[in-house]
Design a protein around this ligand. Structure first.
Ligand SMILES: C[S@@+](CC[C@H](N)C(=O)[O-])C[C@H]1O[C@@H](n2cnc3c(N)ncnc32)[C@H](O)[C@@H]1O
Length: 541
């Protein structure tokens, strides 16, 4: 059960490509939500500030749909012409769309609940309410026992790659081009959203956040300014680049060729950023359905807690999407789920929040390691790494409880001398976890150097965090006059960055302490052995 809640999965994204030189980009690791139950006060840092985002009149989702209206999209995007650079994140303003709602308004959520009930959602023991953690969430209406199954969302209310398109022509074009699940679902959401009342998902889409929170929605300068010390910045840039690349490919090969079906006002970078933001923060992978990725209305109103393990799955006996509580709840308590065993950086990357201090047992910090260019065996080492899908620099996660075998193997490779070139392969294989087994490499003659190398990496990282945390407020440019809305956003992002960086630096401090102690013990051990040896020498003299 816990295994299934580790919700990273590999997406094989590729549209059959007439030009094999041009590859389609898409993140190889994408997060998916899984579900579980609650903490008493899992206050996450996001709850300190409420960002004030542009507001537009919400469409009334209760309007009746007319079938003849199908495929007549409404141009509702308010995105401004993009000033973005090649990776699309140079812009100072993140485009917003009109779809969805401000999640602090509960009106759309009550339309959603009514619509779900009318369409087969059975009576629930929870209701959508404004909550302290996560803004909107599901709250127990009655006593809920530990081990109870909840939700029972019927498959007819779930969106997946096989869902029927309200505008079948658009769906047919994508299917003919064998567009994989993630970009297909992103396009599906945009297509349905643009149809408004003519889409059967209107009530669901109207209750989605207009601005999903995740690093996908930070500008390049925000990432550079606030996440300068954290490796999560790189991952955010990679993700933004992948999403942008995916949109550009779809646009080039499909949208631009059929503008009647895919008008630019609807299918553009801003609307894709919105739909990918929704997918990153709400998509669920269902283990009992061969890992099918789905959007599960209602279930996706549950917020995350790192201290519970229960997750969403399809339940054959009830034929619905359920989760089983792993604690009891009293009326009025918010019910939480687990989005998987994620570090705070990963939570910020996909969901836009950081867990409250000390509540995330899965927290880790990525440390970047690299082979020194002046290493006489630089080429051989890099070749060995590349053979196993690694590079230089390479990131490894460090946890409060220690570091993985892969990181140690990489460190051995970095410090190993030319006369050990026969072992480079083995080291790289273990570093990539693609070796024969998860092997604990042991090279006693290199251990001290390898540990010293890891310590140096941690200390250089610590100094970056300290510089950022000491300078926050003073090194951030306050000279530009900003509106209240921008000030709120700035405060929110600063707070998130400070929370993330303090948690990550704490893990590094712990690693520094352990490494220093281990090295000291090794060195005093060596010293003692040397003193004994010298004593013997003197004796024999
Ligand atoms: C699947 S949705 C959950 C429902 C969401 N609160 C809503 O109103 O639509 C995931 C989003 O909820 C918020 N969220 C979930 N768990 C949270 C937590 N522990 N602290 C703060 N925000 C949280 C984040 O904005 C995240 O992107």
């Amino acid at each position: 059960m816990a295994e299934a809640s580790v919700t990273f999965f590999s997406s094989s994204f590729s549209i059959p490509n007439p030009n094999p030189k041009k590859t389609l980009n898409f993140p190889s690791i994408l997060p998916v939500l899984s579900i579980s139950t609650s903490l008493k006060h899992p206050q996450a840092s996001r709850s300190f500030f409420t960002p004030s985002l542009p507001s537009f009149p919400a469409s009334n989702p209760n309007t009746r749909r007319s079938r003849e209206n199908q495929c007549k999209f409404r141009v509702v995007s308010v995105s401004s012409p993009s000033r973005s650079g090649s990776c699309g994140i140079e812009r100072e303003e993140v485009g917003a769309v009109r779809w969805g709602c401000d999640i602090d308004s509960s009106e759309n959520a009550s339309y959603l609940k009514r619509w779900l009930s009318e369409n087969g959602l059975p009576p629930q023991k929870m209701a959508i309410e404004r909550v302290e953690v996560g803004e909107r969430g599901l709250v127990a209406l009655k006593n809920i026992r530990k081990g109870e199954k909840l939700l029972f969302v019927p498959p007819s209310l779930v969106i997946d790659a096989n869902s029927e398109w309200s505008c079948p022509e658009v769906g047919n074009v994508l299917k003919r081009n064998s567009v994989p699940d993630w970009p297909l679902l992103a396009t599906y959401l945009i297509s349905e959203a643009s149809l408004m009342e003519s889409s059967r998902w209107n009530e669901y889409i109207s209750a989605l956040p207009r601005q999903p929170y995740s690093l996908l929605h930070w500008t390049r300068s925000e990432l550079d300014m606030y996440l300068v010390a954290s490796e999560i910045r790189e991952r955010a840039i990679e993700r933004i680049t992948d999403v942008t690349g995916t949109y550009n490919d779809l646009n080039l090969r499909i949208f631009s060729k059929q503008r009647d079906l895919f008008p630019e006002e609807v299918y553009n970078m801003d609307t894709f950023r919105w739909s990918f933001g929704i997918l990153f923060s709400r998509l669920v992978k269902l283990p009992s359905m061969d890992g099918r990725v789905t959007l599960v209305p209602w279930a996706d109103m549950l917020n995350h807690s790192s201290e519970v393990e229960t997750f969403l799955d399809y339940d054959k006996s009830s034929q619905g999407i359920v989760f089983t509580t792993d604690r009891s709840y009293q009326p009025g308590e918010q019910v939480f789920i687990s989005y998987g065993k994620k570090s705070n950086g990963e939570l910020l990357l996909s969901y836009g929040f950081v867990s409250r201090e000390g509540t995330n047992p899965n927290d880790s910090v990525d440390v970047a390691m690299s082979i020194n260019k002046s290493d006489p065996c630089y080429v051989e080492k890099v070749e060995a790494l590349m053979k196993h899908g690694l590079s230089t620099p390479q990131r490894f996660p460090l946890q409060i409880t220690g570091w993985p075998l892969e990181l140690m193997a990489y460190a051995y490779l970095v410090v190993s001398p030319p006369n050990m070139s026969q072992q480079y392969e083995e080291m790289a294989a273990v570093a990539s976890s693609k070796g024969t087994s998860k092997k604990n490499l042991k090279y006693p003659e290199l251990e001290e150097q390898a540990l010293q190398f890891i310590l140096d990496c941690c200390e250089s990282s610590i100094s970056k965090y300290t510089k950022f945390l000491d300078g926050i407020g003073s090194n951030i440019d306050n000279s530009i006059e900003i509106s209240r809305k921008q000030a709120n956003r700035k405060l929110l992002l600063q707070q998130l960055a400070v929370d993330l960086c303090s948690r990550e630096r704490r893990i590094l401090f712990r690693a520094q302490y352990i490494l220093r102690r281990r090295l000291r013990d090794m060195r005093t051990g060596e010293l003692r052995a040397l003193t004994i040896l010298n004593g013997f020498r003197k004796l024999f003299k």
